[in-house]
Design a binder for this molecule. Structure first.
Ligand SMILES: Nc1ncnc2c1ncn2[C@@H]1O[C@H](COP(=O)(O)OP(=O)(O)OP(=O)(O)O)[C@@H](O)[C@H]1O
Length: 378
């Protein structure tokens, strides 16, 4: 049954929300009546869960099959040293329950997978994807698209992160872009970076997870501008933030259905960005091949160092400058570490027309390490 009033203790607890005219009692009641599922109680999940619990989201589902590992504590701020080895979903909800006993928690210690995803997700208004793998990310997308539910996507890598609100209701019966509108195909396993191998700055999931929680609160209360037609990209080393405009593909529903039918096996032939190593690029340039070098970093990064002859089009300017990218010769796209450039290539592929794009593996960082050690890298 929908709550229509706040009791005195709630009025006191949420006083600072109630003082905001944009939220007020009506917004706080919306939060109280909302049902949100958080998939993954790891680096991103911890801040998402803490802030949604503190904000008074009435029902929160927590799903994670994992136990706490000592190496999680560097960023998974819900857990303590004496909880190593214990199930994350259970420990998380017991801490969160102490933070806010008014919240009703659903605890799932299984993994979200194709056999249970529909049944679980059906019971919630919004899903927050806080996992670290593509399989779940595509699964969450495909189920949410099929059920017509919004979900808040977050992803992190090293010092960079992304946030978007996907499959959101845009009004007039229209739905916003989905994950497959940005990244249509499930990638080949080899292309999937893993935090285990690459490392991640501890505060990064804190920043990105807090942004995800913010988007959830905005979706529920209807305030502000949602990231429902933009992908936000954040770089904690440079403190650059870019919002890239995204749009729904006409076949978004079809792609989701096909995804569910596929069982999420990695594609045999990768349709993700083709890669080129720094050494290969250096060899091909030395042979005089006509290669267009596209730098998608920011102006200050470019000014600090860039590949000779590279053309600068920062990520955020790509959508309006697509015509400047040639179609008649290889284009090598690069950024600092190869993440922004991979996103740019995925975006350009999704828009159609360009098939000649290569991602410089490891970005200019790898180039400086392997080819040009004298480069003033940052
Ligand atoms: N299918 C799934 N259903 C629910 N949760 C999942 C699923 N797959 C992954 N997760 C959870 O998502 C969380 C992601 O957290 P994070 O990215 O911080 O990495 P981690 O797996 O905890 O640590 P590490 O990368 O060091 O192994 C993990 O707690 C993981 O168990």
């Amino acid at each position: 049954m929908e709550a229509t009033t706040l009791i005195p203790a709630e009025k006191q607890r949420y006083q600072k929300h109630l003082n905001l005219p944009e939220i007020g009692t009506a917004g706080q009641l919306r939060l109280k009546n909302a049902r949100v599922l958080v998939v993954g109680a790891g680096g991103l999940g911890c801040p998402v869960l803490l802030y949604l619990t503190a904000a008074g989201v009435g029902t929160i589902g927590v799903i994670d099959p994992d136990v706490v590992d000592l190496s999680n504590l560097q960023r998974q701020v819900l857990y303590t040293t004496d909880e190593v080895g214990k199930p994350k979903a259970k420990i998380a909800t017991s801490h969160l329950n102490r933070l806010n006993p008014d919240i009703s928690f659903d605890t799932y210690t299984a993994a979200l997978e194709i056999s249970n995803a529909r049944g679980i997700i059906e019971g919630y208004d919004i899903v927050v994807d806080c996992t670290d793998n593509f399989k779940v990310r595509y699964l969450v997308n495909d189920i949410c698209v099929t059920l017509g539910k919004p979900f808040v996507y977050g992803a992190i890598h090293r010092f960079e992160g992304q946030v978007a609100v996907l499959n959101a209701d845009l009004g007039d019966g229209q739905r916003g872009p989905t994950y497959r509108c940005m990244f249509p195909e499930y990638p080949n396993d080899i292309e999937i970076p893993n935090c285990n191998d690459t490392g991640v700055l501890g505060v990064l999931p804190g920043v990105i997870g807090t942004y995800q929680a913010n988007e959830v609160i905005k979706l529920i209360t209807g305030i502000g501008q949602s990231l429902n037609e933009h992908l936000l990209m954040v770089d904690l080393l440079t403190m650059n933030q870019q919002r890239i405009k995204t749009k729904r593909r006409a076949d978004a529903d079809q792609l989701a259905k096909q995804g569910l039918a596929s069982g999420y096996r990695p594609a045999l032939v990768s349709t993700g960005p083709q890669k080129i190593t720094a050494q290969e690029l250096a060899d091909r340039l030395a042979l005089g091949e006509d290669i267009f070098l596209l730098d998608v970093r920011e102006r200050p990064e470019y000014d600090l160092c860039h590949l000779e002859g590279a053309v600068l089009i920062p990520v955020g300017m790509i959508p309006n400058n697509r015509k400047r990218i040639p179609t008649d010769r290889p284009v090598v796209v690069y950024c600092h570490h190869g993440i922004r450039s991979a996103n740019v290539i995925n975006y350009l592929y999704a828009q159609g027309g360009l098939t000649n794009l290569y991602n410089l593996d490891g970005g200019i960082d790898a180039w400086a390490r392997d080819i040009e050690p004298e480069m003033a890298i940052y």
